[in-house]
Design a protein around this ligand. Structure first.
Ligand code: FE2
Ligand code: FE2
Ligand code: FE2
Length: 316
């Protein structure tokens, strides 16, 4: 089966990683303009790192007599542009930008973890070592963003009058509801795919949890007296983000599904981290407790998916 041999797989994963870096580069160039101070510097610094990562991946592609996919990179650049435009269109730009960037770094981590497995299988230790080094850089960037969740909330709420803080809590709750709805759709879609048993079990378990999150968010919105249109408005806001373009490609293999799910779970992690801080400011202890309990499940779900990377590649 030449289409499935280790070398072909490796070039595929290298091409994907390259496409992801091209998209990241577009984002890193524009992101510093949307935020201020230290947060802007974090993005500017990662632009340099991303440039170097793109070069290193390109060199490994060339070592395999392959070239970056022009078509894919063009799509990637459009997606990168879309993400920044999305953040800019939202009332809390800094929050949305940091949240999506945090998720994107985790998608990169997944891409490089998978690339490293593919490289080892193809006997290319140079690419494997490079992939592991870049995965560490992406994890560090995600960590730098996580250290600035407080600052992101600060900048997102700077223009909000104290009176509007209550309204912000409702908006964040409704946005979380829309996000959980998207996440549920992805988890349901994965049921129709041919997925290895342990990965399927991890995703199925989280589908049940996700349904619980949706109910808890609905209850909290209700208790807070949010209008029914809040949920609808949030779905429209999220609809402005083209998920297909943001994530470069629809997951069509168990490995891509695992990478995509890992990014989505981390998008939720960041969303609850930000919400936690907004609720704390508003003195809404019940929402803080709700966010803390769900946050634990999102982190566990992300880890459960990451644990299945080797398994998810076995049938790729
Ligand atoms: Fe990168
Ligand atoms: Fe990155
Ligand atoms: Fe989740």
């Amino acid at each position: 089966m030449p289409a499935n041999d280790a070398e072909t797989q490796l070039v595929k994963y290298l091409t994907d990683a390259h496409s992801i870096e091209e998209q990241a580069l577009v984002q890193m160039k524009r992101a510093p303009k949307l935020v201020e101070g230290d947060l802007a510097e974090v993005f500017a610094r990662h632009e340099g790192e991303t440039r170097s990562q793109e070069q290193r991946v390109r060199e490994r592609l060339e070592a395999h007599n392959a070239s970056p996919s022009k078509l894919k990179d063009a799509a990637g650049q459009a997606g990168g542009f879309g993400m920044v435009l999305f953040a800019r269109s939202q009332p809390d730009t800094a929050g949305k930008l940091v949240m999506h960037a945090f998720s994107y770094e985790h998608m990169e981590v997944a891409a490089y973890e998978l690339l490293s497995i593919a490289a080892r299988e193809a006997g290319d230790s140079e690419t494997a070592t490079m992939a592991e080094a870049i995965a560490d850089e992406e994890r560090e960037m995600a960590g730098r963003l996580a250290e600035r969740f407080d600052e992101a909330v600060e900048q997102a709420l700077r223009d909000v009058e104290p009176d509007d803080l209550e309204e912000q809590v409702n908006t964040y709750l409704a946005d979380l509801h829309a996000l959980e709805g998207q996440s549920k759709e992805l988890l349901e879609k994965s049921r129709k795919m041919d997925v290895p048993e342990p990965l399927k079990a991890a995703l199925d378990r989280h589908l049940g949890e996700t349904e619980g999150h949706l109910r808890k968010l609905e209850t909290r919105l209700d208790e807070r007296g949010a209008t029914p249109s809040a949920i609808k408005d949030a779905m429209l806001r999220l609809g402005a983000l083209n998920w297909g373009a943001f994530f470069a490609a629809q997951p069509d293999t168990p490995a891509k599904l695992a990478g995509f799910a890992f990014a989505v779970e981390n998008l939720e992690v960041a969303a609850y981290e930000l919400f936690l801080r907004v609720a704390r400011r508003a003195g809404d202890e019940e929402s803080v407790a709700l966010a803390e309990s769900i946050l634990g499940e999102e982190k566990a779900a992300a880890k459960a998916v990451a644990d299945q990377w080797p398994v998810s590649m076995a049938v790729a």
